[in-house]
Design a protein around this ligand. Structure first.
Ligand code: S3P
Length: 545
C-alpha cells in the first residue's frame, strides 16, 4: 500500500470517493466508540480497529481512500495531527484491513455434499442469562461454553459497567463475580448493546428493579426495534423511561426505588418480555407473576431456579401458564454449562439436508423442547435427522444430531409452533425453496420486529434468487423449486446475522452462487461460521461488491 507524502506530512488524496452502498454507513461515523463497544462500520473487525490504537473513547470518522482499489481507512476526525502516527501503523494493519474488507461480502457456491462432525458455539439465550444472573448473584459463577459472539460480549461489558466482574479464563470459560440483587451501581457511561434485542430487553428488566439511572443504546438495527413491549410492563414496577418515539433506543431508564411486584399477561409471545418482567421482579417484595398464553423459551425460569430463586409454574385458564416468582430471593453463584445453540445448529443442519449425499453430525446441541420447532418441521418435510446420545447436561436436554441429505416436501407449519422456532423461519425458508411444493408459514408477524424485518428480507432475497414467494403481513409462502434454487444474486443482509447465514446456506444448493452484502453481523451470534461450514465442505468465500 502506498501512502502519499508531501513535505514530510502524510495527506489523503483529494478525492475521497464514497460508493453509494457505503454512504449510509458513513452516517454512523462520528459515533463514539470505545474498546468495549466498537461499532464496526464496513464490517471491520474490532481487532483491526484495535491495531489502530483506538483503545480509548474518542470520536472517529472514516474516510474512503484510494477508492479505485477500495481501500478504507479510519482516522480520528478531531485529530488530523495524529495521521502520521496512524499511517505508520499501516504496514502491519493493511493486510488485516484487506481481510476485513473482503469479508464484508461473502459468496456461497454450490456444494456436492457436506460431511463431518462438529460442535456448535454456545447457546446465545443461555449465555446472556448466565451473565445477568451471575451479576445478580452473591459469589462466583463459572460459565462453561459461553458464546463469545458480539451480542454476548456486549452483555458482559454491560454488567461490568454496572459493577459486576466478568473475566474470561480460557475460550468459553468465564468467571462472574456478582453484587447481589439490588447491588448494581450506576454506570458512568452509555451502555451499548450493539445488535442484541435480548441483551437490551433483559438488561432493562434488571435495571428497572435498581434505583439507578442508565442510558442504553445499540446499533441501527437495535435502535429501530420496539422497546415499549418491555418499558410498558416495567413501568408497572415504578421504573421511568425516556425514549425515542415508539420506545426506541437510545433511551434512559430510571429504575424503581421501591419496586412494586406486578402481574402481567404477555400480549405477544416473547421470552424477552417474560424474562424482563421476571428479572425486574427479583428486587420487588411479594409475588411477580407472568401469564403466558403461548409457551416461549424457558431458560430464564430454569436458570432462576438454578441460582436459588423460588418459582411456581402452574396451568391457568384456557391453557395459560402462570409463572410466579417470589421476590427478593438470595441468588448464589453457580456453575453453568451452556449447550450448543440449536438456532445456530439450524444452519449447517439445513445445509446438509439440501445437498444430497450429505452426512453431518452436530454434537452437543441444546434440545430444550421450547426451542426445537424447526427440527419437528423438518421431520415433517421428510428430513433424515437422528437424535443420538440424548442426555441432560446441567439441567438442559442435549443431543448429537446426525443429518443426512434428504428430499424435502413443502408443509404447512402450524402457527402455534412459531414461538418454538421463531428464529429459524429464515433458514426454514431456504429449505422450503429447494423442497417440492409449497411451504406455508402463518402467524409469523413477530418476524417483522427482529434484527431486520425478516419476512420482507427473506421474501426479497428469495425472489432475487429466482424463488417465488408470497408475503403477507403475517405469513410467508415459499414455492419450492424441487431442486436447486437458481441463485446468481446478491442479498441485502440488513444488519441481520440470520439473514446472512440463511442465504449463504441457500448458496450451497443453488445453480449459481449467492452473495450476501455484509457478513459482519454473523459474528454477533455465530463466530467462526464460515470456517465451520467450509470445514464440512461448503464453499463460502470472499465476494465482490
Ligand atoms: C430470545 C427470544 C426471542 C428470540 C431471540 C432470543 C431470548 O425473541 O427471537 O433471538 O433469548 O429470550 P422474542 O422474545 O422477542 O420472541
Amino acid at each position: 500500500m502506498h501512502w502519499p507524502c508531501c513535505h514530510g506530512q502524510h495527506y489523503f488524496p483529494a478525492a475521497f470517493v464514497v460508493a453509494d452502498t457505503f454512504a449510509v454507513k458513513i452516517v454512523e461515523l462520528g459515533t463514539l466508540v470505545a474498546e468495549a463497544a466498537f461499532r464496526t462500520p464496513f464490517g471491520f473487525r474490532r481487532s483491526s480497529l484495535l491495531d489502530l490504537y483506538f483503545k480509548i473513547w474518542r470520536r472517529v470518522a472514516m474516510f474512503i481512500v484510494c477508492s479505485q482499489k477500495a481501500k478504507y481507512w479510519v482516522v480520528d476526525s478531531a485529530m488530523f495531527h495524529a495521521l502520521p502516527f496512524v499511517l505508520e501503523s499501516a504496514p502491519q494493519s493493511a493486510s488485516k484491513f484487506d481481510e476485513a474488507i473482503h469479508l464484508t461480502y461473502l459468496v456461497s457456491s454450490t456444494t456436492d455434499s457436506l460431511s463431518g462432525t462438529t460442535a456448535l458455539p454456545g447457546d446465545k439465550s443461555i449465555s446472556h442469562r448466565s451473565l445477568l444472573l451471575g451479576a445478580l448473584a452473591i459469589g462466583e459463577t463459572v460459565v462453561h461454553g459461553l458464546l463469545e459472539g458480539e451480542d454476548v460480549l456486549n452483555t458482559a461489558n454491560a454488567i461490568r459497567k454496572l459493577g459486576a466482574k466478568a473475566e474470561r479464563d480460557e475460550a468459553g470459560v468465564w468467571y462472574i463475580h456478582g453484587v447481589g440483587i439490588g447491588g448494581l451501581r450506576e454506570p458512568e457511561s452509555v451502555i451499548d448493546l450493539g445488535n442484541s434485542g435480548t441483551g437490551a430487553r433483559l438488561l432493562l428488566g434488571v435495571l428497572a428493579g435498581h434505583p439507578i439511572t442508565a442510558f442504553i443504546t445499540g446499533d441501527a438495527s437495535l435502535c429501530s426495534r420496539p422497546m415499549n413491549r418491555v418499558a410498558d410492563p416495567l413501568s408497572g414496577f415504578g421504573a421511568l423511561f425516556v425514549s425515542r418515539e415508539g420506545g426506541r433506543l437510545p433511551l434512559a431508564v430510571k429504575g424503581a426505588t421501591d419496586p412494586m411486584p406486578i402481574t402481567y399477561r404477555l400480549p405477544v409471545p416473547s421470552a424477552q418480555v417474560k424474562s424482563a418482567v421476571l428479572l425486574a421482579g427479583l428486587n420487588a417484595p411479594g409475588y411477580t407473576t407472568v401469564i403466558e398464553p403461548e409457551p416461549t423459551r424457558d431458560h430464564t425460569e430454569m436458570m432462576l431456579r438454578h441460582f436459588g430463586a423460588e418459582l411456581d409454574i402452574s396451568n391457568g385458564d384456557e391453557g395459560d401458564l402462570n409463572i410466579r416468582l417470589t421476590g427478593q430471593p438470595e441468588l448464589s453463584g453457580q456453575q453453568v454449562v451452556v449447550p450448543g445453540d440449536p438456532s445456530s445448529a439450524a444452519f449447517p443442519a439445513v445445509a446438509a439436508l439440501i445437498s444430497s449425499g450429505s452426512d453431518v453430525i452436530l454434537t452437543g446441541v441444546g434440545m430444550n423442547p421450547r426451542r426445537i420447532g424447526l427440527f419437528e418441521t423438518l421431520a415433517e418435510m421428510g428430513a433424515d435427522i437422528d437424535f443420538q446420545n440424548e442426555r441432560t447436561e446441567a439441567g438442559e436436554s442435549v443431543a448429537d444430531l446426525r443429518i443426512r441429505g434428504s428430499r424435502l416436501r413443502g408443509v404447512e407449519v402450524p402457527p402455534e409452533r412459531a414461538p418454538r422456532m421463531i428464529d429459524e423461519y429464515p433458514v426454514l425458508a431456504m429449505a422450503a425453496a429447494v423442497a417440492e411444493g409449497e411451504t406455508v408459514m402463518r402467524g409469523v408477524k413477530e418476524l417483522r420486529v427482529k434484527e431486520s424485518d425478516r419476512l420482507a428480507a427473506v421474501a426479497q432475497g428469495l425472489s432475487n434468487c429466482g424463488v417465488t414467494v408470497e408475503e403477507g403481513e403475517d405469513y410467508l409462502i415459499v414455492h419450492g423449486k424441487n431442486g436447486r434454487a437458481p441463485g446468481g444474486c446478491t442479498v441485502a443482509t440488513d444488519l441481520d446475522h440470520r439473514i446472512a447465514m440463511s442465504f449463504l446456506v441457500l448458496g450451497t444448493a443453488s445453480e449459481k452462487p449467492v452473495t450476501v452484502d455484509d457478513a459482519g453481523p454473523i459474528d454477533t451470534s455465530f463466530p467462526g461460521f464460515v470456517d465451520l461450514m467450509n470445514g464440512l465442505g461448503a464453499n463460502i468465500g470472499a465476494g465482490n461488491q
